[in-house]
Design a protein around this ligand. Structure first.
Ligand code: MN9
Length: 295
């Protein structure tokens, strides 16, 4: 089994004005985060706008992610889609192009726990790579108990999950069962690692990859005070980002650093000129944000 640990940016999918994949910008962003010391990529998730891209475009992004990743790095492709059949098609493709694992949010819609479990059972069984559930109870309230999550983690070929929740006791309980757990709330990464997470996957890692990699290496070495201080520096930036729609704000911030990632996919709106100015001002007022914008 591949090593599932460390810092994996939920990489954004750069687009052109017509919402087509901008592979050149994607490669530049991948090179930038790898140079900062991250351990792999999480591709076409929520941040990567996988759900709202065509299947063909998602395959192109997956292929580019593997291609842009040096040996020893971990590439996880989010293959969640509207139907079991589409997810299986994407999972098979991900394995074929050389991804190390696949991962999925629950199917979008008001499904029962039984339906969600059947989805995970069928997609994980058809996947030729290990599978990571994407646990995000505010999107799928049917999953919101520890017992249900433990049941999903025990399905064949499920290695663990990405945990986007603030119930860190539950994170600990899932780790205790032997599941691999990636922390999903960037603003609480240090706390998630303290409770036993194997690493983290997140959108703000696109912006501050060196800070997140530093936080992780300090935490791994038991230097919790240094980890906590890096978390505080990161959270000053997250406070600013969260005043806007998150994914457009992340893309806009990358744009401020000379890496044009285009719009988010409609109906997700972009930031107004006024908001862009406000975002820039807010970032410049933080230490890590000012460093980022000067780079
Ligand atoms: O799980 C991301 N959460 C969502 C990953 O997509 C809802 C996080 O990386 C957040 O964007 C981040 C900011 O709140 O923690």
């Amino acid at each position: 089994m591949p090593v599932f640990e460390g810092i994996l940016p939920a990489i954004v999918t750069p687009l052109d004005a017509n919402e087509r994949f901008n592979r050149t910008a994607f490669e530049r962003l991948a090179a930038r985060v790898y140079a900062a010391g991250v351990d792999g990529l999480y591709v076409c998730g929520q941040t990567g706008e996988g759900w709202v891209q065509s299947i063909e475009q998602r395959k192109a992004v997956a292929e580019a992610a593997v291609h842009a990743s040096p040996a020893g790095k971990t590439v996880i492709i989010h293959i969640g889609a509207a139907s079991t059949a589409q997810s299986i098609e994407l999972a098979r493709h991900a394995a074929r192009v050389g991804a190390h694992a696949v991962s999925s949010l629950p199917p979008p819609g008001a499904y029962s726990f039984e339906e969600i479990r059947a989805y995970y059972r069928d997609v994980a069984a058809a996947s030729e790579t290990p599978f990571l559930i994407y646990y995000f109870p505010s999107l799928a309230p049917a999953l919101n108990t520890t017992a249900r999550m433990l049941e999903l983690c025990s399905l064949p070929n499920v290695a663990g999950l990405k945990f986007t929740d603030s119930n860190l006791f539950r994170l600990w309980e899932l780790r205790r069962s032997g599941a691999v757990v990636f922390n999903g709330s960037d603003e609480m990464l240090a706390a998630g690692l303290l409770m036993g997470a194997n690493g983290g996957i997140g959108s703000i890692y696109n912006l501050l990859p060196a800070e997140f990699a530093g936080l992780y290496s300090n935490a791994s070495a038991g230097r919790w005070e240094q980890a906590r201080q890096l978390q505080s520096a990161i959270n000053e930036v997250i406070r600013v980002i969260l005043q806007f729609p998150v994914f457009p704000a992340v893309k806009a911030t990358l744009g401020f650093t000379g890496l044009d990632c285009g719009p988010c996919i409609a109906p997700r709106r972009g930031l107004t000129e006024e908001e862009l100015a406000e975002l820039r001002r807010g970032l410049l007022a933080t230490a890590a944000g000012a460093r980022l914008l000067a780079s």
